[in-house]
Design a binder for this molecule. Sequence first.
Ligand code: GDP
Length: 364
Amino acid sequence: GFKMGIVGLPNVGKSTLFNALTKTAAAQAANFPFCTIEPNVGDVAVPDARLDKLAEIAGSKQIIPTRMTFVDIAGLVKGASKGEGLGNQFLANIRECDAIAHVLRCFEDDDITHVEGRVDPVEDANVIETELMLSDLESIEKRLQNLTRKVRGGDKEAVQQVRLLEAAQATLEEGKPARTVEVDADDAKAWKMLQLLTTKPVLYVCNVEEESAGAGNSQSARVAEMAAAQGNSHVVISARIEEEISQLDAEEAEMFLGEMGLEEAGLDRLIRAGYELLHLQTYFTVGPKEARAWTIKEGTSAPQAAGVIHGDFERGFIRAETIGYDDFVGLGGEQAAKEAGKMKAEGKGYIVKDGDVMHFLFNT
Ligand code: GDP
């Protein structure tokens, strides 16, 4: 599955947000209750109204959303890369994540201490990014040392790694994150394998006071500008509101949102923004027993998509029968779509589209 690491300075609202994420009715939906893998790791259901619609049409007994993992990575402070705070252990946690959800304090509250003694989310973002850059530099130095012998031995992969690490090093030494390095398509895979912290996509989470949960405030506007300039994304959320919503059932939550003048829970937007940031898509399997959503990367082929369900499906893949979401819903289900000629048989080269309803045929 895909993993988002929640980072941020102390007291910005990370735990509040994490607890809300993992406690909501949605997180505990269907047959996949929120499971505590570790105290700071939670699997969260990805809200998707399409799945409910498909289940309704097909009369599915169970609805099984797809999930995304969130990890609460506390302990990141100024000096973390030098072992301050909880230090390097936490940087290692970030390395394992596909993307970073960076919580920024955009609310004023004199009762809640700010570690830097002022509210300035853009500067806070820089503090954390600097730590990540320093950590990247340190790991690059170590790796370059380890690669010297392999390079002398003529190892081609090692030569490529050294070239990429040196490019990253030069950029980081200029004070720029590794994501600003331009990488050729041929190097893209090796580059990703380096798992540098400052190449991970970032979703800034602006934690604003309750009154600003809808439109944001002047601080979140500054973050929005910064995110756009970096090619990252942002969402505006009130962790306090999300905390309250997480304690309500679905109906109460809807009423509460209405009273607050909000269209949907911030967490739903957050999860979806994470999904988009990672270029993820959903396909569905739908039958009388269950309607289920599955997560794939954009550009995934039909056999790879089948492999998300089970490795055997990918190995023995023969073909896929697919119906586009709009056809399935518009025509009123699988049988009707089939009769209208909208069920297509697709081979190994088929690139799955977001919303496809799929059956896989495979050899065992
Ligand atoms: P963490 O250290 O980043 O995990 O921060 P916490 O989630 O523990 O929050 C630190 C404190 O800030 C707690 O007392 C929260 O109740 C409070 N807090 C979190 N979000 C908000 C908010 O939007 N407004 C206000 N006024 N306080 C908040």
